[in-house]
Write a protein that binds this ligand. Structure first.
Ligand SMILES: [Zn+2]
Length: 239
């Protein structure tokens, strides 16, 4: 990978973190990572870097044991979410972990999160991980990775969620729509306990048409442009 490619990857990661923070999906403690192509390493935000103002200089590199291999700053304490999933899932190249409000509320209320609207219905599974503690050592990370299995989303009860995908932009789009399902489901459940989720053939057909690389790019472009208009990327290149 050339230095220019590495810098572009760090910039895209820093942008994703600021964008997710800006739409309240990450909060001050969440983290996003990306696998460095054709390597045994991944990039992730530094633990103490502000998610609202992170720059490319605050992105660090770790190996698959969670050891820091590049950068001076400490990685997040929940780093083991990332290295344990990357070790098991060769198809995964980006991971988001945040503490989104509506998903957490539904987890506390014990209302299973299901796809409930057509846009975003590509998100297929919302299983729960019952250990609500920080994923700050490798044994819990391993348990989480096993519980995730081949899915793209797992809810951490009383804690947040983990989203995995093939690249930064599709992980971003997935994170956006999981929270949209949770928010809509919250209000629908208040209005009617017998609310209707997407299911059966209707769900299958809807979800098949809801996901394509162009849709992912459209979602990314929309939020990137909004963030740009709100000056969210100020100072992202560092000094
Ligand atoms: Zn967490």
């Amino acid at each position: 990978m050339t230095d220019q490619d590495m810098n572009e990857l760090k910039l895209e990661l820093a942008k994703s973190i600021r964008m997710l923070e800006n739409i309240q999906l990450l909060d001050m403690n969440g983290h996003v990572s990306v696998r460095v192509p054709n390597s045994e390493y991944f990039l992730i935000n530094a633990r103490k870097a502000s998610r609202a103002s992170i720059s490319v200089e605050e992105i660090v590199m770790c190996d698959m044991d969670g050891t820091l291999v590049e950068g001076e700053l400490e990685p997040p304490s929940e780093l083991h979410i990332h290295n344990e999933i990357y070790k098991r899932r060769k198809d995964v190249s980006s991971i988001c972990h945040g503490h989104p409000h509506w998903q957490t509320v539904l987890g506390i209320a014990d209302i299973p999160i299901k796809p409930v609207f057509s846009i975003g219905s590509f998100v297929k599974a919302f299983t729960y991980f019952e250990d609500s503690s920080l994923i700050n050592y490798s044994e819990v990370g391993q348990k989480l990775a096993e519980a995730l299995g081949e899915d793209t989303v797992i809810q951490l009860r009383h804690h947040g969620s983990v989203v995995v995908s093939t690249d930064i932009k599709s992980a971003f789009a997935t994170a956006v729509y999981v929270e949209e399902h949770a928010k809509k489901l919250y209000y629908a459940a208040l209005l009617n306990p017998k609310h209707k989720v997407l299911e059966g053939d209707n769900y299958r057909r809807t979800s098949e048409t809801a996901w394509s690389p162009s849709i992912v790019q459209k979602v990314w472009n929309y939020y990137e442009e909004k963030a740009d208009m709100e000056n969210v990327f100020k100072g992202i290149l560092g000094k």
